[in-house]
Design a protein around this ligand. Sequence first.
Ligand code: LLP
Length: 418
Amino acid sequence: MQAFTFKGDSLYCEDVKCTDIAEKYGTPVYVYSHGSFTRSFSELQKSFSSVPNLVCYSVKTCSNLSILKMIHDIGGGFDIVSIGELRRVFAATGDVSKCVFAGVGKREYELTEALEKGIYSFTVESEQELEMLNKCAKKLDKKASFALRINPDVDPKTHKYISTGKKENKFGIDMKLAFELYKKSCDMEFLLAEGIHMHIGSQITTIDPYVEAVKKMSKLISDLKNANVPIEYFDIGGGFGIIYNDEKPIGSDDIIKELIPLLKDTGLKILLEPGRSIAGNSGILLTKVVYIKNNSVKNFAIVDAGMNDLLRPSLYEAYHKILSITGGAGQKGSENYDVVGPICESGDYLALDRSLPVLQQGDILSVMSAGAYGFSMSSNYNSRTRVPEVMIKGNQTYLIREKENFDDLIKGEKIVKF
Ligand code: LLP
């Protein structure tokens, strides 16, 4: 079942007409499908059901409190990368016992608070961080459970900005050093080596990089067993790609056939940290055409959503399908447009040279596959307020984040007389 479907020429999110949402909440607005979130989560969980597993939703992808609560209620844990994300999980669920905390630059206070709150495990990315974690745990007289994030040096064949498991990337620790650090940690009184971690990149659409990385990791896992370092879980990270345009993402069959046997052989509990594959196609961004402008070489559709609302096209040249969803779209033929935002940057666009039904001022466009790294990467650039988020479940509409107002925008600022 698709979350966003046309009935006649109207786009629906579940049973609610998207133009009605745009009218009620104004544009731009992020719209999510509850069913799509829970389905994608369960489908991934099902692919891994033949191994003991814990699916830790990657909070950075789309971090609204209602979404975190929903994931928690269906048994999910969380991959977090800052104390802010930890506090989000805590605020939404009151339970951080299934949180794993990654990130190369965790500060002392972040480690301490996470330990105090009782997270599951830390994903440690350097020797100095390991020492810092031991120090924090000692102060609290608590054991800190950790996994080392290994940089397995594989090419995930994705955009260079979202590739994380190659030697030249800042993430993780190389295999040789990791082995030494695991051994060293056995003598660090307040640490407990509980897992091993990798995350090789994002929007990965073939299983091969996972297979290559898991094979490398398996070797280290067996070396650790032989060296009496008794780890219990293997966190394989996130990264599963989705369809934005015509990609062929990794299917459940590929996972079951190629990956599961290797994972079973490790004998470990498997953790996953999916973000995009849960949220990506569970959300859209609705925006309105403010003006149409033509010059001798181009048509511009100037819309009310900018790079501050959806950064991916500007930052990664990412492709998002755009649909015109105002009734009767397409009846007057099509034209090519640069769909651009109101921000004062030439790089502020949602699509370039895109064929769309002839557009008019006031038309509503739906920017598809915007659920992952959409709202969560939005900003106040150009002093624009961040947009509302709406969740649809069946025929019910829930406002899960209000539109920001001017007071939000200037909160904390002071007018100092110099
Ligand atoms: N685990 C770790 C340690 C991560 O760094 C990430 C994403 C994930 C899990 C989730 O990965 P996913 O399943 O979503 O691929 N802003 C970029 C994506 C950056 C990904 C950062 N790390 C984008 O818009 O494409």
